[in-house]
Design a protein around this ligand. Structure first.
Ligand code: PLP
Length: 407
């Protein structure tokens, strides 16, 4: 068992391999969250009028330092879905404009763009990114094949949901900036899983979640907007932060329109510094490296079980009946590609199941393994998430469950 499992509130008899859908929060972080809630309840007027906003500013400072973003270019929001709504519904799009994306995006976010496209007369274009991926350059070229003079926005996930691919967003943002195309990056899975420096990446807009891989309590996301683009953001909810005379101001329209949306419990935001501290005190670079190695090992074992080739180039794979020469080549670390396209979350192809939902349900009901099975185009994957509380026994349990159910 991982040393950190006892720090989590997860039920002990569950093999939890779906941190990617809904992250689990460690007990010390959850205690800080509840302490903020208690503090609010003991004197609500004093808390909300005097204590909340300085605490919120401190929480933004900590998150800004963590993400490499200046504190005033960053706001807390409830979640990634909210962040995309803020951005997409603010952009002045016109009939004929195009929003370019990949065919690996998250369903709710596709809905947001489709809604905006139908309202404005713009088109939402999905550019295919082929599997297995090979190089970052090739991904950029595949996306760029969809750019034309009508492309106003490029939107994509930093780490994709169904295929858990780390996308070369730095190169895409650079090229888009040169072409005058607005970039909107969905970082739902990035903070906590990979290092970020948003100022250096320089997307126009980047939103993400703290409640996945940073392990904060649920309901903590963020939106970063480059200073030159902040004036584009409209209030999704009009409240005290709008109008000429503002009783409540955080110093810019961008912050005023987004930070206080009426009375609410913002304790999840205030607990983000505790989540950052939890990772600092538990040597997160080492945790991540261990989790990545375990994710890679799981990919290799699943490929061996199913005989299906992995979607990432650095996974060792021997095709069924394949020649050993080929396997030897892949076994030699010197031949492995240097870049890796996944970190702690990874998707492995599954033999096609007629009823994928009941296959997934059986993994849980019969084997107590919580893991998502996803349909992507005409393919199916099992997507595993390895967080610091996971161990090799969890991967063993998954492999045993898959072997049993695929038999
Ligand atoms: C790529 C991606 N974007 C956005 C979201 C939405 O996150 P939330 O439900 O926290 O808004 C998810 C959720 O898993 C996701 O995978």
């Amino acid at each position: 068992m991982s040393d950190l499992r006892h720090e989590l509130l997860l039920e002990p008899d569950i093999v939890y391999l779906n941190h990617g859908s809904f992250g689990a929060t460690p007990r010390p972080v959850f205690q800080v969250y509840q302490a903020w809630q208690l503090r609010m309840e003991r004197q609500p007027v004093r808390f909300i009028t005097q204590e909340l906003f300085p605490a919120l500013k401190r929480a933004r400072e900590v998150l800004g330092a963590y993400l490499g973003a200046p504190v005033d270019d960053l706001v807390y929001i409830p979640n990634a879905t909210f962040g995309l709504n803020l951005v997409a519904r603010s952009l002045a799009l016109h009939p004929g404009d195009e929003i370019l994306t990949t065919d690996h995006e998250y369903g709710a976010c596709n809905n947001v763009w489709q809604y905006v496209a139908e309202k404005t007369g713009a088109s939402y274009i999905h550019q295919p990114i082929a599997l297995p991926v090979t190089t970052a350059e090739e991904i950029v070229e595949q996306l760029w094949a969809g750019v034309n003079e009508r492309t106003r926005v490029i939107y994509l996930s930093h780490i994709t949901s169904p295929t858990a691919l780390i996308m070369p967003v730095e190169a895409i943002c650079r090229r888009a900036r040169e072409a005058g195309i607005i970039t909107v990056i969905d970082g739902a899975h990035a903070p906590g899983q990979i290092d970020l420096n948003l100022e250096a990446m320089a997307p126009d807009f980047y939103f993400g979640n703290c409640h996945k891989w940073l392990m904060s309590p649920k309901g903590a996301g963020f939106l970063y907007a480059r200073p030159e683009r902040q004036a584009m953001i409209e209030p999704l909810v009009v409240g005290w932060g709008w109008g000429r005379q503002r009783d409540l101001s955080f110093g810019s329209d961008f912050l005023d329109y987004t930070q206080y949306l009426g009375t609410n419990d913002l304790s999840a935001y205030l607990a983000v510094p505790a989540a950052v501290e939890f990772q600092t005190t538990h040597d997160w670079p080492a945790q991540r490296a261990r989790c990545h190695a375990l994710a890679r090992q799981a990919m290799e074992r699943i490929a061996e079980l199913t005989g299906l080739p992995p979607i990432y180039p650095d996974i060792r794979f021997q095709p069924p009946g394949g020649d050993h020469h080929n396997f030897d080549k892949w076994s030699n670390p010197g031949h492995l590609p240097e870049v890796t396209f996944y970190q702690q979350m990874a998707s492995a192809p599954l033999p096609i199941q007629k009823d994928l939902k009941s296959f997934k349900a059986r993994l849980y009901d019969r084997h107590r393994v919580e893991v998502p099975c996803v349909q992507w185009q005409d393919r199916q994957f099992v997507r595993i998430s390895i967080q610091a509380y996971n161990s090799e026994e969890d991967v063993d349990a998954l492999l045993a469950a898959l072997a049993d159910e695929l038999r």
